[in-house]
Ligand binder design. Structure first.
Ligand code: ADP
Length: 544
């Protein structure tokens, strides 16, 4: 019991905070019963949960969102819930990852720009999960762009999709308990649901909204909102969807915060950061106003697909009990990338990331040179949607083109990412902000020790090996706070020293981090509890 409670404290599980507050003034034995309840498995009836999202790995993945929709859905399904997912039918879907994909014999008509458009509905199975794909028959060919995002009309594309997704659920006669939407692209679902669909009697569900990154809010001129049928006059108000800094703009993310029953973000620390003027990107006031329904739940990772002992992409599988395979993966990667293999013990520092300002690109660049300075090797896998950053890194890549110790691979390559996680000794993440971050958890699962800046989810999952204020069993990496080159030098020097001083201790650290549990189980349980609470409240209200 003690271990279980301690772990909940470390994961900043909100139940433990609530239990603590509930115990105020109670007798000791009552307090013990309250805490004991937290450690016992919850029994629940299955809920019907529908995720409406712009990504699901591996068929449509740009970043962490795709991983989260997949991992959370699978974990909820394992807990006995009926989970369905609705996505756009992009032309660039990885269809080989979908089984039994077929077009349904129905056309769902949905409203946009004053008229009805037909949508072809496809259904298929992704890693055991039923997924509906919506293919709009709209002259703008919204999802035939060879890209997921980044189009000039993204606001139109995704407001169309949000409306069509709700129309599909409504016309199919579904009665979900929870509709869970993600990020600004599907934020329109919340106001659409309460303003249009609940009035039609489609009101069984409560809305959960997860913001994976407050940097992306999807604002547009307010006139654009009416296309999907939302009422500008009702919604373009400071307490509803009007952007907090530009009154002529509408903010879908704000709309989802106002209109959802549950609002979450992807780590407890980030949840605190976004409630401050520096972190909230203009939405801190709105979040504070709705703080009762706002909570941070740390993401997990899909431990089936990220598992070094079964990962068929790797040249050699390995586990914490048998690290020989890890050394062989390092050798194989060095050979493949034509890096020097002269010293098997030379530390390999890696980084896999989108190269965007949030990730601390100037510090990533600095880490490359600092690694060489410290006698290590560096591999970067990353690409940038920002032209000048991509150009800058192309310059560095060509500078190191034939270098024995540095390789920059400026592309997105899932298979290669697995090989890099497996080969690396250290993994660097110097983000300026990081809502949750998955790469530190994947890196640890593959035995690569994280070196991270203490922000957002990195602060909730990486604890410095030299920090005496942290219980030894939780220490699992190297951290720094101030995002400058000096601090980065210091933390990298500490990591290299630790690595070189005692190979035995390093190996113990590697084994320890590989055994940590970053699965979705405990996070999915937190979502399950949030869902159940809101559903119970809704049912109680309906029975009054
Ligand atoms: P974000 O969502 O901000 O991009 P996360 O750390 O939450 O960052 O998730 C990143 C995910 O994308 C991880 O699964 C990581 O392995 C993957 N990834 C990032 N860049 C690349 C790349 N260039 N090639 C392959 N996978 C990548």
């Amino acid at each position: 019991m003690e271990n279980c409670l301690r772990e909940m404290v470390w994961k900043k599980d909100r139940q433990i905070c609530e239990a603590y507050l509930a115990c105020n003034g109670k007798h000791e034995h009552e307090a013990i019963v309250t805490f004991l309840k937290l450690t016992q498995p919850q029994t629940s009836q299955g809920l019907h949960i529908v995720h409406i999202a712009a990504e699901i790995a591996p068929v449509a993945k740009v970043g962490g969102l795709g991983d989260v929709v997949l991992g959370l859905s699978k974990a909820l399904q394992r807990k006995g819930h009926l989970v369905e997912i609705v996505l756009p039918k992009y032309d660039c879907l990885q269809e080989d990852q979908i089984t039994e994909l077929k077009a349904l014999d129905v056309a769902v008509e949905s409203f946009f720009d004053g008229q009805l458009f037909k949508n072809k509905i496809w259904v298929g199975i992704v890693e055991g999960l039923p997924v509906y794909f919506i293919e709009p028959h709209h002259p703008s060919k919204f999802f035939w762009r060879g890209e997921f995002y980044g189009e000039h009309d993204d606001f139109k594309r995704f407001s169309f999709f949000s409306r069509a997704a709700l129309e599909l659920l409504y016309q199919a006669g579904k009665k979900p308990d929870i509709i869970h939407c993600h990020d600004w692209q599907t934020a329109f679902v919340a106001p659409l649901y309460w303003d249009i669909y609940a009035a039609k009697g489609f009101n069984s569900a409560r809305i959960c909204f997860t913001c994976h990154n407050f940097e992306y809010q999807g604002t547009a001129h307010f006139s654009e909102l009416s296309s999907c049928g939302l009422d500008i006059h009702r919604l373009n108000r400071p307490d509803r969807m009007q952007d907090n800094s530009a009154p002529d703009r509408i903010n879908p993310l704000k709309g989802a915060i106002v209109f959802s029953n549950i609002v979450t973000t992807v780590s407890p620390t980030y949840a605190q950061e976004v409630c401050t003027p520096e972190g909230g990107r203009g939405l801190h006031g709105t979040l504070r106003l709705h703080s009762k329904k706002f909570v941070g739940v740390l993401n997990g990772i899909d431990t089936d697909s990220w598992n070094p002992s079964t990962d068929i992409i790797l040249p050699v599988q390995y586990s914490a009990d048998d690290l020989q395979g890890k050394a062989e993966n390092k050798r194989a990667l060095r050979t493949q990338l034509e890096l020097s293999s002269a010293d098997a013990f030379q530390p390999l520092v890696c980084c896999i990331t989108r190269l965007v300002p949030q990730k601390g690109v100037h510090l990533i660049r600095h880490a490359i040179y600092q690694t060489v300075e410290l006698g290590g090797q560096f591999v970067l896998l990353g690409s940038s949607p920002v032209a000048h950053i991509q150009r800058d890194f192309e310059g560095i890549a060509s500078h190191f083109k034939n270098h024995p110790h540095v390789r920059l691979l400026l592309k997105y390559d899932d298979a290669l990412s697995h090989m890099i996680y497996a080969a690396s000794d250290m993994f660097i993440i110097p983000s300026l902000f990081e809502p949750c971050g998955l790469t530190q958890m994947i890196a640890m699962r593959y035995g690569s020790v994280p070196i991270v800046r203490r922000t957002g989810g990195l602060n909730d999952s990486v604890f410095d090996v030299d920090d005496d204020t942290i219980p030894v069993q939780y220490r699992n990496g190297f951290t720094f706070l101030t995002p400058n080159e000096q601090e980065l030098n210091n933390v990298m020097e500490r990591a290299f020293k630790y690595y070189k001083k005692s190979p035995e201790n390093w190996q113990k650290l590697v084994q320890k981090i590989m055994r940590l549990d970053f699965s979705w189980e405990s996070s999915a349980q937190q979502y399950e509890e949030l869902y159940e609470k809101t559903v119970t409240r809704a049912r109680a209200a309906a029975n009054v």
